[in-house]
Design a protein. Sequence first.
Lengths: 144, 137
Amino acid sequence: MVRAEVLIEKGEAKWPDAEATAYRPSAEIVTTHLLSNEHMGILLAAQRAPAALPEALLVGTIRDGRLRVHSPIHVKVMREGEEVVTEATELNEFGFGENLSEALDDLQAAVRELYWSLMKDQHRLGPELERVWEVLHRKIELRP
Amino acid sequence: MTEEQRSVSNIVPVLVAVLICDVAALDPGTGKKNLIGIFDILHTKSFPTQRPMSIYVKLADAQGKYGIEVRLVHRETNDVLAELEGEIEITSRLSSVDFFFPTPPLAFPREGRYEFQVWANRVYLGAATMDARLGNP
C-alpha cells in the first residue's frame, strides 16, 4: 500500500513509496492554504491493492430524514455467486446487489420499510417481531 | 479498556452533507469554507487518470472524539482506491461541524461509478457518488 501523509503544520504531502505505484503524483503537492482547519488532525491518503469484501461492517444511517440511527447496525457481508448479500444480523433483514454499495442500499431500504411497518403495528406483534421491534427501537429513533 | 478507547464517542453522527469539489478553501477572515467547482461527474480523455480534489463533509448531532475516514471506492469492484483520515473532537452536540479533505491526485483506473464513503469511528455514515466518464463535458 502506498500512503501519502499530508501534514497540516507543514502543508505538504509525502509519498514515501511513490515509485511503487502507477498513479504516483506527477509533482509535489502543496496544500498549505487549504489545511488550516482547526478540527482536523493529520490527513492520510492511500492508494492500495483491490480489497476483498469486508466480512462485517457497522452502518450508521438508513437514509431516511425522519429517522436517526443512534446505535450502529451490525451488518454481515457475504458473496453468493455473482451477488453480494448484506445481513443486518440482529434484525434478520437482508439486502442484495451486484456490489457492496448496492447491497447496502437495498438493506437500508429494507430496514426503513421494516421500521415503519413495525411501528404501525407495534401493539399487535408476535414474539419474534416484538423482539425485532425492540432492537429497532433501541437502534433507531424518530427525529424530533 | 485504554484511555483512548474510553474517549472515543459512541454517538453516531448525522451526515448532513458530503460534496466533491475542485478546491475547498478556508476564508481566514471569516472562517467560512468556500467550495469551488462542485461536481459529481469527472470527464477525462483516457483511463487511468488522476485528479486532485477536495471532499467537504458536514456532520451534526455528534459529540466527543471521532476518527473520520473518507474512502474512495470503485462501486462495481469494491476496490478501495484511497483513504483520507483525520481526527475530530466535537464539544457540543447542538452545533454542527464541517471540514474538508484536500486530496493528493486521486487515481481513477477505469470508467464507472465511484463513491466517497464517510466513516466515523468505523461506522458507515453515507457516501457521495461520482461517475468517471470518457469524453468532454
